[in-house]
Design a protein around this ligand. Structure first.
Ligand code: FES
Length: 119
């Protein structure tokens, strides 16, 4: 018999990743679905969910990221990411279009659970 904690999750379903009530004022919250580390970003009243690793040096954006407007900014070298995950700015360089932060679809349900995602 297989232990339920060792079963892999089916990521073709929606999973709750955060709740509205406890969302930090910073607009950034770490989340986890199975073994996938995520960062949830709230900008205005919409949410984005990304892989919790900057594509530059794999820094955890839930710890070292900050929200500026509707963008997520890595505090290490200042790369900026749009809600789609597209890198929009690399300070001092003009090659941002080559980089993306992996993003996941997100929905909000009835003012209760904030975000759920499906791969
Ligand atoms: S590690 Fe994120 S911008 Fe360099």
């Amino acid at each position: 018999m297989q232990d339920v904690r060792q079963c892999s999750l089916n990521l073709n379903y929606w999973w709750t990743v955060a709740h509205l009530k406890n969302f930090p004022h910073s607009g950034i919250k770490a989340a986890k679905v199975g073994t996938i580390e995520l960062v949830v970003v709230k900008a205005n009243s919409s949410y984005s969910v990304f892989e919790d690793a900057c594509p530059h040096k794999r820094v955890r954006l839930s710890q070292f990221g900050r929200r500026v407007g509707n963008k997520l900014v890595c505090s290490y070298h200042g790369w900026k990411f749009a809600p789609s995950g597209q890198c929009t700015d690399i300070p001092g360089m003009d090659m941002q279009k080559q980089f993306c932060l992996k993003s996941y679809p997100v929905k909000e349900y009835g003012g209760g659970p904030v975000g759920v995602f499906r791969r």
